[in-house]
Design a protein around this ligand. Structure first.
Ligand code: UGA
Length: 436
């Protein structure tokens, strides 16, 4: 059934939801208070780099079922309104819900009776109850429907989710089913639960992913000590169907706009409840240590000792974004490593397929990976872009001053880069065991 859907917030969650629900046949109005963004989107100009998103937005505009506005009054006839607003990290790690609450306070004057109010962006446990109080209108049911989109895969994840989670109080079950029906025919497990479970499931998932990465990062350190290879250990763990192979690749740490914020938020939620969730604190500490460990590894690869001076040394960086497939630099471990190297006096050049520029006093960003190698004492892979594997490593070796590569993502084939002339260092791999 076609519904009239309102979306508040045209960030990556809101815009993806608006474009995908239009694609699924609904009539969507997307409200954002940024006039220039609304104008751009109205012309079909999408600045968020998500595969397939521009096409869906343009299709929606041209069939007339998707429109963008700054005027909240256009929500007066919607059946469902999705709240896709930021909940950034606030004081002491608690999520800052002020924007959300300010917007919700305006809704009673805008929405028609029966309109379902849906929290889509990540909100702290208890928000559903709090919003119902703030709305003060029992005829506006509140439903939680958290998103689990990955940056760089948002459209794909929206249209083929692992699960669809819908949380509501029992009295709002009909509203919850109406929200579920927005997704149409889907193979994804549809799970109805209470609001707190839906809200907590989102934080629990992101924090668990963070734990998994911290676990493998510490394990990589242990592998180095005992001459084991984390690539084998990770693969063998991943073959256990209870563990699964994803998120077992070591790197400079977990980052981005979600995992750090949500892990800190879950820890705070536990503290408020008097529950000791110390393993989250440990995962956060391990994550902070990981960036420093990568810097030490780079120092050692270049100078022979882990505290050697990098003053005036040229280093080429492959990758700056927090992960491959995006140009997002928010809480990027790669950028944190770059900052630390710059602070130590290294002269940095970087190439990242998704990044055009960063603060020029830290690193000069170039648009050609071979320029990064020019006269460098080392190349460092900091983001796991698959195309880095396909570079002409002999050409890179010839351009460097010293053919040294530190692969902080275990992305490269060590044998192939060694054959191209590089001395290779990965994370948690013993060079003497390298037979592949
Ligand atoms: C994350 C979750 O994966 C999504 O399910 C969730 O919807 C989203 O947050 C959100 O809350 O909006 P995202 O922030 O796009 O998605 O990033 P991830 O793909 O989870 O990667 C997080 C970090 O872990 C990156 O820095 C990545 O490089 C790192 N990572 C990941 C590793 O170091 N090793 C791995 O094996 C996997």
């Amino acid at each position: 059934m076609t519904e009239r859907v309102g979306v508040i917030g045209a960030g990556y969650v809101g815009l993806t939801s608006a474009a995908c629900f239009t694609h699924l046949g609904h009539e969507v109005v997307c409200v954002d208070n940024d006039r220039s963004k609304v104008d751009e989107l109205g012309r079909g100009e999408v600045t968020i780099a998500e595969p397939g998103l521009t096409e869906l937005v343009r299709d929606g505009l041209s069939c007339g079922r998707l429109r963008f506005t700054t005027d909240g009054r256009e929500l007066s006839d919607v059946d469902v309104v999705l709240l896709c607003l930021p909940t950034p990290k606030g004081k002491d790690g608690d999520p800052d819900v002020r924007v959300l609450e300010e917007v919700v306070a305006t809704l009673p004057g805008l929405l028609a009776p029966g309109c379902v109010v849906v929290t889509k962006s990540t909100v702290p446990v208890g928000t559903g109850t709090r919003l119902a109080e703030l709305l003060g209108r029992p005829d506006l049911p509140v439903v939680s429907n958290p998103e689990f989109l990955r940056e760089g895969h948002a459209v794909e994840d929206f249209l083929n989710p692992d699960r669809i989670v819908i949380g509501s109080v029992p009295e709002n079950r009909a509203a919850a089913e109406r929200v579920a029906a927005l997704y149409g025919e889907t193979n994804a497990p549809l799970w109805f639960t209470d609001p707190a479970s839906a809200e907590l499931a989102k934080y629990a998932s992101n924090a668990f992913l963070a734990l998994k990465v911290s676990y493998v990062n510490v394990l990589a350190e242990l592998c180095e000590h005992y001459g084991a290879d984390i690539r084998d250990v990770g693969r063998l763990m991943g073959l256990d169907s209870r563990i699964g192979p994803a998120f077992l690749v070591p790197g400079p740490g977990w980052g981005g706009s979600c995992l750090p914020k949500d892990t800190a938020a879950l820890l705070r939620t536990a503290e408020h409840a008097g529950v000791d969730f110390g393993i989250l604190r440990d995962a956060m500490k391990a994550n902070a240590r990981q960036r420093a460990a990568v810097v030490r590894k780079i120092r050692r690869a270049i100078t022979g000792v882990s505290d050697g001076s990098l003053s005036g040394i040229r280093i080429g960086l492959l990758g700056l974004a927090f992960k491959a497939g995006t140009g997002d630099l928010r809480d990027s471990p790669a950028l944190a490593v770059a900052r630390e190297l710059a602070r130590s006096g290294a002269v940095l050049t970087a190439y990242d397929p998704g990044v055009e520029t960063v603060e020029p006093d830290i690193v000069q960003v170039v648009d050609d990976p071979y320029l990064v190698a020019k006269d460098a004492a080392a190349l460092v892979v900091l983001t796991e872009w698959p195309e880095f594997r396909e570079l002409d490593w002999e050409r890179l070796a010839a351009a460097t001053e010293r053919a040294v590569v530190v692969d902080a993502r275990n992305l490269l084939d060590p044998a192939a880069v060694a054959e191209a002339g590089f001395t290779h260092t990965g994370l948690g791999t013993d060079p003497n065991r390298r037979t592949r």
